[in-house]
Design a protein around this ligand. Sequence first.
Ligand SMILES: C[S@@+](CC[C@H](N)C(=O)[O-])C[C@H]1O[C@@H](n2cnc3c(N)ncnc32)[C@H](O)[C@@H]1O
Length: 357
Amino acid sequence: MKHICLSPTVHNSQSSNPIQPSHPKMNNLVNKRSRTRLLLSLLAISSTESFLSQHQAPVSNSIIPALHLAAYRNDDTFSSSPPTILNKQPFLSTKPPSSLPNGGSITLLGAGPGDPDLLTVKAYRLLSDEKNLVIVDRLVSEEILALVKGEVKRANKYPGCAEQAQNEIYEWCKQGLREGRHVIRLKIGDPFVFGRGGEEVLEFRKFGVEPAVIPGVSAAFSAPLLASIPVTHRGISNQVVMCTGYGRNNTSPDLIQYHKEQTVVFLMAVGRLRELCERLVSLANYPIDTPVGIVERAGCPDQRTVVGTMETIADLAEEYGVKPPSTIVVGDVVNVLLTDGDIVGMMGGVEVIEVEQ
Ligand SMILES: C[S@@+](CC[C@H](N)C(=O)[O-])C[C@H]1O[C@@H](n2cnc3c(N)ncnc32)[C@H](O)[C@@H]1O
């Protein structure tokens, strides 16, 4: 039995809230009858959708959106989620089934930042199943790979050969599916935070299978935390922006204008740190003394944090040989919790710290 949650407030079909039911049939129901009756109707839909998902019946556009979407829902992925009910025409291209006739299936799985203790229980369970084929790139930590009980294939996704490595990953996934295996596409952090997670879903659909997607702890928030940097702090920062250093085809994304009470977290940006800081100062109004922290290999035994300012951080990063994967945090929050005890070095009057794990 699927659980269906309803918001107590149900708006009319003009509502701009995308999660409110608004199909005319549903609105009539809501307006004219009691909530209890609506619940009963939805339970009936729930039974029908399980019939449809078993029989893969073609679904016409006239079927109400909730039923249409739910009929192709991946049960494993969304078993604990309420259904989404759109108030506009849903995406009518249908999702493929969650497994192939030979049993082959794919799970896009978040690995968290690197510490095995930060895996989800679900990730741990999937990595411990020796029947699963686990496909990773070089960003996933050795400590997490050590937990994998089954076969692992690892692509070397270095800058310059990322496309080639990505194609290799797709080939391995296809091959695993052909063999009827459960393929675990393990990705660093959260699968949908940068790193092509959505693109991979679209590609897997072309292979005829809808992947399950399991969230992971993203470096965007966990790397600062593991380095004692709260991304928000009352009176210091009331907003957080997450940004990549590299846009598509190596472009630089639009700069985020300075705001004193804002934290900016940059992923994939150490390679162009100097240029980034120069542009933030000259084009986006960042004062040169804005604190900047770099957290390298957060959650790994060799985690390091280097702290400086917009003016000094690029030199410090060079001096300390900072490498990816690193997360850069910009804003006054960088200094909120750090203490003298964290400092292991001084460079030109600038504090340099390493946070012991
Ligand atoms: C391709 S992006 C993927 C982000 C990932 N999906 C996430 O949610 O964390 C890779 C970037 O994540 C950041 N990152 C991932 N793991 C990290 C770690 N252990 N320590 C610091 N930064 C990390 C780095 O900025 C790295 O360049």
